[in-house]
Design a protein around this ligand. Structure first.
Ligand SMILES: Nc1ncnc2c1ncn2[C@@H]1O[C@H](COP(=O)(O)OP(=O)(O)OP(=O)(O)O)[C@@H](O)[C@H]1O
Ligand SMILES: [Mg+2]
Length: 490
């Protein structure tokens, strides 16, 4: 019996003549967690989609448990023992959990589906992943995090030999990450091979045995996690050093641009008051669900709230369109739901919030393209052209498009909600650079982020929220540590 449960050899793939994977080699041992690392658009998800039969590769071979797989289709791949939890969720919201789990492999009793058995079995898998909900609940009623756990339960139920998790933690809370990691560690003991994709380095070091790095669709190397540092890995991935030091912001002033007083929304935001200064980056920290996104949505008028929000001394109207026009914009954490129109081209997405500015009197396609191409360059968005559909971009590159479309809106106050989630370290650096340029020009930023390293690195002051209340605002000086910030969040 070979040590490897999976071998992928000399894999090549291109889209419309653009080479996306070049001669990639990748193998997974029995009972190991093998991490796949690379910048946005490096080809990680594409490699996985070839394995799962979603894409067909031009050349190369795939050997699973000693058997060569030929003409892989989505169903033959599941049959063979490959289970994938994708970056984007793929559940049917109008069906109950158990039907989602057993879709395509229903138990039957005579000519009918054995509903009772499916519910029982589903319960068993939900227990394994630690999800405490009734299997009959509709998937659409679950939180994103819970849907993610159902995806994993479903993957396990396929008797997988190889389980792939493509950025499983991008939308789940710390507590759920713990449960997920425990599940992964248990699964590893059963001898299945696990492929794990994430941009959070700390996770790779916690859960991974080996790591393979891809850059621009090429294989860079494979290392034992215990024998490599974060700096070395970053270097393999982006081909240069990236700084992790705290930035200094020369643009900061004491002039108040945004004055928030006694903001209340349902029981999710409770009497929140603070000032935002001109040229300042104000970090917002706290646990997921602490009410940070709700505060942002109240400020821009997406939620009907009580209390007052004054921008440059004047009360802001409760309307997203009007606040945006006055110069206060919110960049959503949910890029699929609110941020992007996936069927539209990149340039149309950039233009969407800015049609008024661009229509003089007709929207000029050429002008649009030029703006989009400008941002493709600045943010190093990996796209063949500005006319490419947003849905064809890699996950992280879609996030960059969301950011660029708001940057073009030329606002005074930017509220960024988890702007670097799913974004690789190199591009993160570029987004930080853009934020710094904004504040240098006198704009102000509210930075909502669950990444404490990011908050401490970028903020002038740090507001910490807990259960809908603002527990404190800390000056980000030498005395700040992650522990200190966290102590106000619990
Ligand atoms: N269906 C498609 N049509 C055209 N191009 C595609 C398609 N799917 C992926 N690509 C391109 O292939 C390249 C690799 O994308 P892929 O999704 O594999 O990246 P990734 O490494 O998973 O990145 P991320 O970290 O952002 O998720 C990108 O340049 C992307 O635009
Ligand atoms: Mg991906």
């Amino acid at each position: 019996m070979s040590e490897n449960i999976l071998e992928m050899r000399h894999i090549n793939k291109s889209f419309f003549g653009n080479q996306v994977l070049t001669d990639v080699n990748f193998d997974v041992r029995r009972g190991e967690v093998h991490c796949l690392l690379g910048e946005n658009g490096a080809g990680k998800s594409t490699l996985i989609k070839i394995l799962s039969g979603a894409y067909v590769c031009e050349s190369g071979e795939i050997i699973l448990d000693g058997q060569k797989l030929e003409n892989i289709t989505p169903s033959s791949s599941i049959q063979a023992g490959i289970s994938v939890v994708y970056q984007e969720l793929n559940m049917m919201p109008d069906l109950p959990i158990y039907e989602n789990v057993f879709i395509g492999k229903e138990f039957t009793k005579g000519i009918r589906f054995d509903r009772k058995r499916q519910i029982q079995e589903t319960q068993r898998y939900l227990d394994i992943v630690g999800l405490n909900v009734d299997p009959r609940v509709l998937v659409g009623e679950l939180s994103i995090a819970q849907q993610q756990m159902v995806e994993i339960a479903k993957a396990i139920s396929n008797n997988a030999k190889v389980l792939v998790l493509d950025e499983p933690t991008a939308s789940i809370t710390d507590k759920e990450v713990r449960i997920l990691f425990d599940t992964v560690k248990d699964l590893r003991k059963t001898g299945i091979g696990i492929i794990y994709i994430s941009h959070r380095m700390a996770e790779l070091f916690e859960i991974g045995d080996r790591v393979t790095v891809l850059r621009d669709g090429c294989y860079v190397g494979t290392k034992n996690i215990s024998e490599i540092t974060e700096r070395e890995l970053t270097r393999m991935m982006v081909g240069r050093d990236v700084s992790f030091d705290k930035v200094s912001n020369p643009g900061r002033t004491d002039q108040v641009v945004l004055e928030v007083r006694d903001l209340c929304y349902k029981n999710r935001v409770k009497n929140v008051s603070f000032d935002l200064h001109k040229g300042e980056i104000l970090g917002f920290s706290g646990l997921v669900g602490a009410g940070r996104t709700e505060v942002a949505k109240c400020i821009v008028g997406a939620y009907r709230h009580s209390g007052s929000v004054k921008f440059q001394g004047e009360e802001l109207p409760c309307s997203v369109a009007e606040t945006a026009q006055r110069g206060v914009v919110y960049l959503s954490e949910d890029r699929k739901g609110e941020g992007l129109v996936l069927m539209h081209s990149l340039s149309e997405n950039v233009a969407l919030p800015n049609l008024k500015k661009l229509a003089t009197p007709l929207v000029k396609k050429g002008k649009l393209r030029q703006i989009a191409e400008d941002y493709i360059q600045k943010l190093r968005i990996k796209a063949y052209s500005a006319g490419m559909e947003a849905g064809q971009l890699s996950g992280g590159n879609q996030q960059k498009v969301v950011i660029s479309k708001w940057l073009y809106s030329d606002a005074d106050v930017y509220i960024f909600d988890e702007p670097t989630r799913g974004i690789d370290v190199g591009a993160r650096d570029e987004i930080y650079e853009i934020m710094l340029n904004l504040v240098k020009n006198g704009d102000s930023i509210i930075l909502i982020s669950s990444d404490l390293v990011e908050v401490i690195r970028m903020s002038d002051r740090i507001a910490v929220m807990k259960e809908g209340e603002l527990s404190t605002i800390l000056e980000n000086d030498e005395t700040i540590t992650q522990e200190k910030v966290l102590s106000y969040a619990f």
